[in-house]
Design a protein around this ligand. Structure first.
Ligand code: FES
Length: 74
């Protein structure tokens, strides 16, 4: 389904953006251009994003610390 007619952005693209780490309407605006023209899609885009995040279809960015490389003892 097309969510943003002006920028031709679908709910699938918004769900993919959520999976890629988008967490706010501002992220969607930056990533996809959603709600940057007439703005009528802002509420719907936010709902799709919220739904995608609440159903766990997004990935959480996990920061892992690299383990220090231990010197190999010969
Ligand atoms: S419908 Fe999204 S900016 Fe117009």
């Amino acid at each position: 389904m097309i969510v943003c007619v002006c920028r031709r952005v679908s709910d699938h693209q918004i769900r993919q953006a959520a999976a890629d780490g988008a967490h706010s309407l501002e992220c969607l605006q930056f990533d996809l251009g959603v709600a940057t023209q007439c703005g009528r899609c802002a509420d719907c885009a936010s709902r799709v994003l919220c739904d995608a995040r609440s159903t766990g279809t997004h990935q959480q960015h996990v920061i892992t610390m690299a383990r220090p490389v231990q010197a190999q003892m010969a």
